[in-house]
Design a protein around this ligand. Structure first.
Ligand code: NAP
Ligand code: ZN
Ligand code: ZN
Length: 354
């Protein structure tokens, strides 16, 4: 039987319960494992979707649910066969802790598209202990070194944490669709993902336009790197640039009108959905037929690409803009996320669990 140790954590006992302290078991590190003392964990809107069981038709939640997949901390112990990490290193874990490693997608470094599905960091069957995996709203995590990332030297660890999901989820499609100089890029929604998309697309050399429902975010968006801001309720502004965008990245967490953004694309332009509202969204096919537009989705990113993104951020001096909160403010943070009131990622200070 696998040996375990206890770790303090915060989780939900049901879809309606507040987040509350609990104790979870972690496996004792095996030969290839790294044990991380977690310092910071970013709070992704996916945590909220999962905790509240909003994705029940696709990924039903198993309770208690300990969310968190934007993890940064210090290596506390390493297994005998670990080669990439030493005790004391700063390390990070994102949305996956394992995958089959043998399918074509895993072999090409796209573990997020593993044909057998990757082992997600929380709410996914735990191969070692049974039950489900528990995420980063906790003091410790044990992960195979192949799924642990290096935090570049000099990067603020609290501001680095959100890169592990918000960063890679926006970096990966921007890279896949080869966004760069000469491209006009729309980012829809200025939350955790959206604000990283603005920073990354700007650093990649694109002309960046933010679409937002929140007039109050205009000044911040320009300061974060957007060249222009369009309020989506301003119909004159929404029609002024129709048919002129090369690429639109939609990060919105709730149902909304996709067609209004598809119509911003020029001939052969692509719109990529990363936001994951639970409900189906209506699609007017003429928004695609005219101008041969494409609509696609994208999920997080592979491990190699996640390291590349962290190194890209270090090189360009990029990190998330955060509000650091103690565990006692988690429910309040979730309520604010639902109102779009985020500047621009909440990060849990894991010290507050002790
Ligand atoms: P977030 O911080 O809450 O930001 C979402 C933003 O969407 C809000 O700040 C708001 O921006 C906008 N918004 C919210 N409700 C809206 C509505 N009804 N209509 C129009 N705009 C609205 O969320 P996040 O953490 O960035 O996550 C965004 C989505 O991506 C979530 O659904 C999450 O589950 C998903 N996600 C997907 C992946 C993936 O792999 N594909 C990875 C991580 C997260 P404005 O105020 O600017 O309008
Ligand atoms: Zn996430
Ligand atoms: Zn695989």
């Amino acid at each position: 039987m696998t040996q375990t140790f206890s770790s303090r954590a915060v989780g939900a006992a049901s879809a309606t319960a507040p987040l509350a302290p609990l104790s979870i078991q972690r496996r004792e590190p095996g030969p290839n494992d790294v044990q991380i003392e977690i310092h910071y964990c970013g709070i992704c809107h996916s945590d909220l979707h999962q905790v509240r069981d909003e994705w029940k038709s696709v990924m039903p939640t198993v309770y208690p649910c300990v969310p968190g997949h934007e993890i940064v901390g210090r290596v506390a112990r390493v297994g005998a066969a670990v080669t990439k990490f030493n005790v004391g290193d700063m390390a990070a874990v994102g949305c996956m802790v394992d995958s089959c490693r043998t399918c074509a997608n895993c072999k090409s470094g796209q573990e997020q598209y593993c044909v057998a599905l990757p082992t997600f960091t929380y709410n996914f069957p735990d191969k070692h202990l049974g039950g489900v995996t528990y995420g980063g709203y906790s003091e410790a995590v044990v992960v195979d070194e192949s799924f642990v990332l290096r935090v570049p030297a000099g990067m603020d660890p609290a501001r680095a944490a959100p890169l592990l999901c918000a960063g890679i989820t926006t970096y990966s499609p921007l890279r896949h669709w080869k966004v760069g100089p000469g491209h006009k890029v729309g980012v829809v929604g200025l939350g955790g993902l959206g604000h990283m998309a603005v920073k990354l697309a700007r650093a990649m050399g694109a002309h960046v336009v933010l679409f937002t429902t929140s007039e109050r975010k205009r000044a911040d968006a320009l300061q974060l790197g957007a060249h222009e801001v369009i309020l989506s309720s301003d119909s004159a502004a929404m029609t002024a640039q129709l048919g002129t965008f090369d690429f639109v990245l939609d990060t919105v967490s709730a149902p909304h009108d996709l067609n209004a953004y598809l119509e911003q694309l020029k001939l052969d332009g692509s719109m990529v959905l990363v936001g994951a509202p639970a409900e189906p969204v209506p699609l007017g096919v003429f928004s695609l037929l005219f101008k041969r537009r494409r609509l696609a989705g994208s999920a997080i990113g592979g491990i190699r690409e996640t390291q590349e993104m962290l190194d890209f951020c270090a090189k360009h001096g990029l990190a998330a803009d955060i509000e650091l909160i103690p565990a006692s403010k988690l429910d309040q943070a979730y309520a604010r996320l639902l109102k779009g009131d985020v500047k621009y990622r909440f990060v849990l200070d894991v010290k507050s669990l002790s």
